[in-house]
Ligand binder design. Structure first.
Ligand SMILES: NC(=O)C1=CN([C@@H]2O[C@H](COP(=O)(O)OP(=O)(O)OC[C@H]3O[C@@H](n4cnc5c(N)ncnc54)[C@H](O)[C@@H]3O)[C@@H](O)[C@H]2O)[C@@H](O)CC1
Ligand SMILES: Nc1ncnc2c1ncn2[C@@H]1O[C@H](COP(=O)(O)OP(=O)(O)O)[C@@H](O)[C@H]1O
Ligand SMILES: [K+]
Length: 488
């Protein structure tokens, strides 16, 4: 798993590491890694043109030392200094000594127009609030040029902890970040500004605390997707019950049940008023048009997508939440729970809520620009796991552990894909995974299914269900064309 660390956690770790190192050593590590990535991206050093945007802090120091390294290898490097009198002194000396050219921000236009690569060293983890006007103007001018845009540590204007962007921000194609990945690079608007993230080790790991936020890799997700083994039968792999869809809107029931089957095919039960549609679409499911209690035994419930919000729906929701089983509540169930949160508050078994932004806002406050913070707050308030959907889906548990999803595609912004996510999550809850992990792994697999489906063109929610087996195999690293011999 990839740990995500706040600016305060990184500063505390840096302080311990700095105390053990000679002056300036840490910045040299950062600048060496930065220059190496720049050279790789440029593909050459001699004759290339690089322009540095340099603020008054250590972030500008990193840029200047990296610029010095590039200049000493024959690259034409120009530095636009936002605050010449406060620019990093040693960095500026090294830069000038290596042949770097210094200009005022107002005179940086030609250098930005000609640059192959722009290096953003205006602010890093020390930035706060929206960029000041002079910095914002420089960032805008850089964006108009043709260069590769490389952010030092954090794109300037992006809040390193939350990903919030208030006004102008450097839109990077690559971010070279030091010591640890910051949440703001992978969530909220910051995710879109960071581009590809390159992590440079500077020896910080042993000084960092246990992370409170994580990103899963394919391998992490695969380790939580148990394979059936020789002792399994259809009942032992986790049976999920689905309450979704309605006579008027059977689609949600069909998508949710299909997603559960394609994730964990042992046995999926369905109870609800879309029974005919579900039966016709998925003969593999065990279907009743009765109440959840008529469905037979399950190890987890999914309740909500397309079920309506009338009195019958409310009583079905209450019945499911009154069980001592893990429950995933989505869509119409969230609308009802926003009115009556006590139905879900502090259940003895895990509850997972999967709101998009508008559903989230029904609980009393919008997610705002700190999506991890918002998910944590609602999770703590309700004693439930909250999966806040979006470009980067965030999962948080009541204790504050959070996951930021790394997979997905904007093509997922289409009706019904949330119903599919509910089915996947419910199937994983039924396997007995801790709820926060089931939700995080489900978001990971759902995003991969979206990527697999989108590779073939515009996707609809049913395509996600169809591509789930391939997505899961890819997450596991299984080549689809190889069949092991029996017992191998
Ligand atoms: N502490 C260390 O030893 C290391 C720090 N490193 C670098 O140091 C950075 C942190 O350095 P600093 O603490 O000096 O802070 P920064 O360099 O990130 O930012 C501070 C500067 O930005 C200005 N600023 C803040 N908000 C602004 C805004 N909204 N608009 C315009 N200007 C703004 C401040 O006035 C100050 O001059 C890291 O991000 C990283 O790049 C690396 O060199 C690794 C080692
Ligand atoms: N711009 C986007 N980029 C990536 N994923 C997105 C984007 N917009 C939505 N999604 C994903 O698509 C899904 C939509 O779910 P939801 O809004 O519940 O749809 P529905 O209710 O129609 O099923 C979520 O998994 C969400 O994270
Ligand atoms: K920066």
């Amino acid at each position: 798993m990839i740990g995500l660390f706040t600016a305060a956690e990184i500063r505390a770790a840096e302080a311990r590491l700095l105390a053990a190192l000679p002056d300036g050593a840490l910045m040299q590590r950062a600048a060496t890694g930065l220059a190496t990535v720049c050279l790789r991206l440029l593909g050459r050093s001699y004759g290339a043109r690089v322009t540095l945007l340099v603020g008054a802090g250590n972030n500008g120091g990193d840029a200047l030392f990296a610029g010095a390294r590039l200049a000493s290898r024959g690259t034409q490097v120009t530095a636009a200094l936002l605050a010449p009198e406060r620019a990093h002194e040693a960095g500026l000396t090294a830069f000038r000594r290596a042949g770097g050219r210094v200009v005022a921000p107002e005179a940086a236009g030609p250098a930005l127009e000609r640059a192959d690569l722009v290096l953003d060293g205006i602010t890093g983890i020390g930035g706060s609030g929206g960029l000041r006007p002079d910095a914002a103007a420089l960032v805008d001018r850089a964006a108009a040029g043709p260069a590769l845009m490389v952010a030092v540590d954090v794109p300037s204007g992006v809040d390193a902890d939350t990903g919030a962007v208030d006004g102008a921000a450097f839109a990077a194609t690559h971010t070279v970040t030091f010591g640890a990945v910051k949440p703001g690079l992978v969530v909220g608007q910051g995710r879109g500004h960071a581009g590809e993230v390159h992590l440079i080790g500077i020896g910080l790991d042993e000084h960092l605390p246990a992370p409170a936020a994580w990103q899963l890799t394919d391998a992490d997700a695969a380790a939580r997707l148990p394979l059936p083994d020789a002792d399994d039968d259809k009942y032992t792999q986790g049976v999920v019950g689905i309450v979704a869809g309605s006579a008027t809107y059977p689609g949600a029931g069909v998508l949710c049940t299909g997603a559960a089957l394609r994730t964990r095919p042992g046995l999926v039960r369905y109870a609800g008023t879309a029974a005919d549609g579900v039966r016709a679409a998925w003969p593999e499911a065990i279907v009743t048009d009765g109440r959840p209690g008529d469905a037979g035994r399950v190890q987890a419930w999914v309740v909500g997508p397309g079920m309506g919000t009338d009195d019958d729906a409310r009583s079905v929701l209450a019945e499911v939440l009154a069980t001592d089983l893990p429950v995933l509540a989505d869509a119409d169930a969230l609308t009802m729970l926003a009115r009556e949160p006590d139905l879900a508050r502090n259940r003895p078994a895990p509850t997972v809520l999967t709101p998009h932004d508008r559903e989230f806002a029904r609980f009393g406050y919008g997610p705002g620009s700190d999506r991890i913070g918002a998910a944590r707050r609602l999770a703590a308030d309700l004693g439930a796991v909250v999966l806040l959907k979006g470009e980067a889906t965030v999962v948080a548990d009541p204790g504050g552990t959070a996951f930021v999803n790394a997979t997905g595609t904007p093509w997922l912004a289409t009706a019904g894909t949330g119903d599919v996510l509910s089915g996947i999550t419910g199937a994983l809850l039924a396997t007995g995974l801790p709820a926060v992990e089931a939700a995080a792994v489900a978001a990971h697999v759902h995003g991969r299914a979206g990527q697999v489906a989108a590779a073939r063109g515009p996707l609809i929610a049913g395509d996600l269900v169809r591509h789930l087996p391939e997505a899961i195999s890819r997450v596991r690293g299984v080549r689809p064309d190889r069949l092991p011999d029996s017992g191998a």
